[in-house]
Design a protein around this ligand. Structure first.
Ligand code: CTP
Length: 355
């Protein structure tokens, strides 16, 4: 179990620390709190099962040290562990830069401390994510990944559209894990249920239709070392958009004329200087042949096939399993696991093939 020393300063700790401690513990960390504040001691005992450690100038023996909320009235202690500092910023103050520390700039005005006048501090989620990132090997550092995720929506009229059941969870898991491992992620996503990871390394580009997704992908593809196209792009879109709601009238049947949307994966596969290209495929039968055919047709370097009939896989689940095919015909099975673990195993394979 990895250990985190949490050093809260400022009275904002009364609001901030309980959420941070709970989240650190949920993430599997052993939490110790350093404080001299008597009023805080009983809370610390209940929350962590041990008394607070007193403030000193040096803290050693922890895997990470998190100062949150930090006030510049306090000094920054010496430590041999990664140091993450979440300053409490009042009155629109800018975050200080601190030598040797990762300083967290609050996500936005809706950060939880917004209610303390104009004060802001990075949320417990942001703090814990920074701790996890500090303890994760940065094997994707220096790489940019262009990722598509979620469904696309093809509008028919102001009230109706064609789409699919994709929630975007697999794509979001890939974005979050790649960012944690040091990649810069450009996340081109359709309207999806899964929230976009609020981390500095993930740059979201929101689109709606397949056409808009293709436009955004082509606008950013030049920056990408790796492209992972995981979106469930609608295959067909209505031929025309009716500005007025289509009335049902007296008819008992309705036919919507549709056309094929652009195949974004095939378009990227045909680019002269394409990045290392990873496609996804939902298959129900003859997975190996269908997957290898898709990989070659769309000129991918890697193709991740989902057996949509296997239990625990596919849309709206927290888990997934993949069969990953490469150009040489090799197939690696990533067994059923959380989408985060599957994303990490898939990213490991990307590193193996795209050195
Ligand atoms: N894809 C895309 N643009 C489309 C359709 C699909 O980029 N218009 C991408 C998806 O993001 C995914 C892969 O292509 O990476 C899936 O290919 P596709 O041939 O659509 O797979 P299936 O939906 O399984 O299609 P099929 O009907 O051929 O089985």
């Amino acid at each position: 179990m990895k250990s985190v020393l949490l050093i809260p300063a400022t009275s904002a700790a009364f609001l901030h620390t309980p959420g941070t401690v709970a989240l650190l513990q949920e993430s599997g960390f052993d939490v110790t709190i350093a404080t001299d504040a008597e009023a805080f001691a009983e809370y610390v005992r209940i929350a962590t099962g041990k008394p607070p450690v007193p403030w000193t100038d040096e803290f050693h023996g922890y895997d990470a040290v998190l100062m949150a909320p930090f006030s510049s009235d306090y000094g920054v202690p010496g430590t041999d562990a990664p140091l993450i500092v979440a300053p409490f910023l009042s009155g629109g103050a800018a975050a200080p830069s601190i030598d040797g520390a990762t300083v967290l700039v609050p996500d936005g005005p809706d950060a939880p401390m917004g209610r303390l006048g104009s004060g802001r501090v990075a949320s417990p989620e942001q703090c814990v994510e920074a701790v996890v990132t500090a303890l994760t090997p940065q094997d994707f550092a220096g790489r940019t990944i262009l990722l598509t995720a979620g469904p696309t929506i093809e509008d028919a009229d102001p009230a109706r559209f064609i789409s699919n059941r994709s929630t975007g969870r697999m794509g979001v898991a890939i974005a979050a894990m790649a960012a944690r491992r040091g990649a810069k992620v450009i996340l081109v996503h359709g309207p999806m249920l899964a929230p976009v990871p609020k981390v500095q390394n993930v740059v979201p580009v929101a689109v709606r239709s397949a056409e808009q997704m293709q436009e955004a992908v082509l606008a950013h593809i030049g920056k990408a070392d790796v492209a992972i196209l995981c979106a469930a792009v609608a295959d067909f879109a209505p031929d025309s958009y009716s500005e007025e709601k289509i009335k049902k009238g007296k008819s008992q049947h309705f036919t919507l004329q549709m056309h094929r949307t652009p195949d974004i994966l095939a378009t990227v596969g045909a680019l002269p200087n394409k990045p290392f290209l990873v496609g996804f495929a939902a298959e129900s039968n003859d997975i190996r042949n269908n997957a290898l055919d898709k990989l070659r047709r769309k000129n991918c370097d890697m193709l991740c096939a989902n057996d949509i009939l296997a239990p625990g896989c596919g849309f709206a689940t927290d888990t997934n399993s993949l069969l990953v095919f490469t150009r040489d015909g090799a197939c690696t099975e990533i067994p059923l696991a959380s989408k985060a673990d599957v994303a990490n195993a898939m990213l490991d394979l990307v590193l193996t093939y795209n050195i």
